[in-house]
Design a protein around this ligand. Structure first.
Ligand code: HEC
Ligand code: HEC
Length: 303
């Protein structure tokens, strides 16, 4: 039986619903205005002091347009003791082979057992505390591990700004440049790079949009079936009328492995675990059907 609503109350209800719609309309208007504003911001994101191009890998040049971010970037040179420990400066005398006047602590000196454990392996020669991103390239160039082992060009990938060098080496194709760089010995590859990881490795020079510039990561994400531009899962399949999904999750209690997006209007029925348990009590074969289905789906070759 539906509850009776007195006429006066009904009037108030109508007013409340109308008010809610009005608020929603104002909200939608504000959202649209906000989107328009953001779009124009995206077209014209900053006051440009210098023109950046897709070949500007020197972060100091980017710093002219983005002084605050550049200052923050430069803070990675900091070598004060922090509560996290590890990277406080250790002075050293520069040599011709290794011009650094400061390094971080040696882990192998702090715990000589590491040298015994790694005997015959390059890490026994030199293994230090990590320090700020500003040092990634220098520390890689001058580690003793370069002296005891002929290191590969692939080392460059995480330590240097390699986007522009890859583009140059591959005549515009970073994938070709990536392969070229990786196939070189380190001593050769390092001649092609100039900076530690820099603005251009993460940002589009025109829009400042974040982007991924590492072919290895793009390939890895593809293998993981995710779109590198959005980080979202690529399409695994197409569900038609009468299909169901989520059976693995309801059986195992584990988080779902994929998201389902409705492309058209659909009617969905939700079955939760307690309801399922109720059904399988009276119809035990439902459980078997679901399990069989889940096993088949899990065994499907992933695309
Ligand atoms: C997949 C990314 C990646 C690659 C490839 C890589 N590194 Fe690193 N490297 C790191 C990270 C992250 C750190 C900082 C964390 C740490 O020290 O444990 C680091 C730290 C270092 C350090 C400073 C600390 C230390 O161990 O003394 C040196 C030197 C170094 N790497 C040399 C190399 C060499 C040589 C290669 C090639 C064999 C290489 N790296 C390849 C990510 C990478
Ligand atoms: C390792 C990747 C990486 C590097 C290198 C890097 N950034 Fe960023 N930057 C980011 C990320 C991630 C954000 C945060 C984006 C967000 O929150 O939407 C960001 C945010 C920004 C923003 C704010 C953008 C906005 O829309 O508000 C600016 C400006 C910026 N970075 C400039 C720089 C400059 C200049 C450099 C070089 C000195 C630099 N970044 C280097 C990853 C990087």
């Amino acid at each position: 039986m539906s509850p009776e609503i007195a006429p006066r109350k009904r009037g108030m209800l109508v007013a409340a619903v109308a008010a809610a719609f009005a608020l929603a309309a104002v909200g939608a208007g504000a959202l649209l205005a906000n989107i328009a504003e953001r779009k124009s911001e995206a077209r014209n994101p900053v006051v440009r002091v210098v023109e950046l191009t897709d070949d500007t890998d020197d972060p100091a040049i980017w710093g002219k347009n983005f002084p605050v971010e550049y200052d923050l970037y430069r803070k990675t040179t900091d070598m004060q003791r922090t509560k996290y420990g590890g990277s406080e400066a250790i002075p050293r005398t520069a040599t011709e082979q290794d011009p650094r006047t400061v390094t971080s602590q040696s882990k192998t000196d702090a715990d000589p057992r590491l040298k015994a454990m790694w005997a015959g392996y390059a890490f026994a020669a030199d293994f230090r505390e990590e320090r700020g991103h500003a040092y990634t390239l220098d520390d890689q160039k001058f580690t003793q591990r370069q002296v005891v082992v002929k290191q590969p060009g692939a080392c460059i990938q995480c330590h240097a700004s390699s986007y522009v060098p890859m583009k140059k080496l591959g005549n515009g194709d970073i994938w070709k440049g990536f392969e070229a760089l990786n196939h070189m010995p380190y001593t050769e590859a390092v001649k092609h790079v100039n900076h530690p990881v820099a603005c251009i490795d993460c940002h589009d020079s025109q829009t400042m949009q974040l982007r991924v510039t590492r072919p290895a990561f793009i390939e890895g994400m593809r293998a993981f079936k995710k779109d590198p531009a959005t980080g979202k899962q690529g399409q695994l399949g197409d569900l038609k009328e009468g299909a169901f999904f989520g059976e693995m999750s309801i059986l195992t209690g584990q988080p779902r492995m994929a998201s389902v997006v409705a492309l058209t209007r659909c009617e969905l029925l939700e079955l939760d675990r307690p309801t399922l348990d109720g059904i399988t009590k009276s119809h035990p074969h439902v459980w078997d059907v679901l399990r069989e289905f889940a096993e088949k789906r899990a065994a499907q070759p992933s695309r």
